[in-house]
Design a protein around this ligand. Sequence first.
Ligand code: NDP
Ligand code: 2IT
Length: 446
Amino acid sequence: MIDEKLEPVLAQVLRRNPGEAEFHQAVTEVLESLGPVVAKRPDYLDHALIERICEPERQVIFRVPWVDDRGDVQINRGFRVQFNSALGPYKGGLRFHPSVNIGIIKFLGFEQIFKNALTGLPIGGGKGGSDFDPKGRSDGEIMRFCQSYMTELHRHLGEYTDVPAGDIGVGGREIGYLFGQYKRLTNRYEAGVLTGKGLAYGGSRARTEATGYGAVYFVERMLGTRGTGFAGKRAVVSGSGNVAIYTIEKIEELGGKVIACSDSNGYIVDESGIDLDLVKEIKEVRRERISQYAARQSSARFVETGSIWDVPCDVAMPSATQNELTGKDARTLIANGVIAVGEGANMPSTPEAVRFFLEAGVLFGPGKAANAGGVATSALEMQQNASRDSWTFEQTERRLAEIMHGIHDTCAATAEEYGRPGDYVLGANVAGFVRVAEAMTALGVI
Ligand code: NDP
Ligand code: 2IT
């Protein structure tokens, strides 16, 4: 339910951005949380503050031409949405996936504003990407695509302007090619212009692990409010990319057992506990499909039909993509006794699924809080670059853990303050919004 004072704001967003279903979904969720805030602070309705938050500061859309291995010219579309810079330079990842369109980049950029605010670090919100499909492409093709993409994007970036990183389809390899081209075009070794860099050229230790580890720290803290933890728990983690792999690693370290993970072709179940070295070999080294796991591990089976959320578990961590966990899946998880859900991905649960979890009293950690460890560690990478320093793994991970515990506690305290104890969705949206709103108010109408 949306507060009547915010109805016209939402109506305007829906009207101005036709057909952008994911963006509508993300804005609706945040505006639905803001009713109690504007009741307490009606001044936030002044100066079109909320309308301005819903409108990106700048959107760049461009042609990305490149030559494939056969010598044919390919064309993709590039995007960068610079959503909000009240708290710092635009910050957020790049997604390379055939499903990418402006509505998806805007939903991700919008969420990023509040996520980045929750970290307490000086970073604004942005997101970018392309409809380029990296699957099956050679290293040379990936490099030429990244170089062409950066040839246009570089003029919009800068360590004080806009700092991209990885997301789906963009990992260490791609960031390396993007940084190389940026350096070449600008003739500047501006390490802080991209994060997720390799350790050989200015990256931060623990950035690769940070999103997954951070999400597990968040869920461990939620479980702590019920006097329990991961030890002895059965967990299901969807996806098998960067976020999923390091989520599995940390759960196993804390004594939990992860029994299923997936990719877009299906899921594997291994009741003896997932062998993470095998997953890393298949996904990080060989870049193969997750079905290969079942082909090589006799205790596992590969399932192509149905949903990974049919696998009974205590903790569910959706870590693949948006709207991958539906209302029907939420019902199944609840019927199977799920205690906690932590979103490693951005907006993986549909609004109906979120509602079911909250109604059932399941501990539910929304993506913009639970997966903020990645971008927080990106900000730590920027800090190391700015001071020309490089921290140890332990020091960086300790900072990450403190930040995640801080985010958890801020969300919990905010939910409590607004009369909805345990509602981390309200807590995250409100705490993130208030920080951005305060900065925007101070900066005047811009
Ligand atoms: P990766 O590219 O490393 O892995 C993505 C995984 O999700 C793959 O297993 C992929 O399967 C699966 N997947 C992607 N799209 C779909 C789809 N449409 N349907 C089913 N499965 C899909 O990306 P990340 O691990 O980095 O990102 C995963 C999620 O986490 C995204 O929502 C991202 O926005 C979010 N995130 C990432 C952060 C980071 O630091 N990387 C930080 C915070 C959030 P397949 O190989 O078959 O496509
Ligand atoms: O969704 C996200 O927070 C990311 N993909 C990471 C962004 C970043 O700048 O590290």
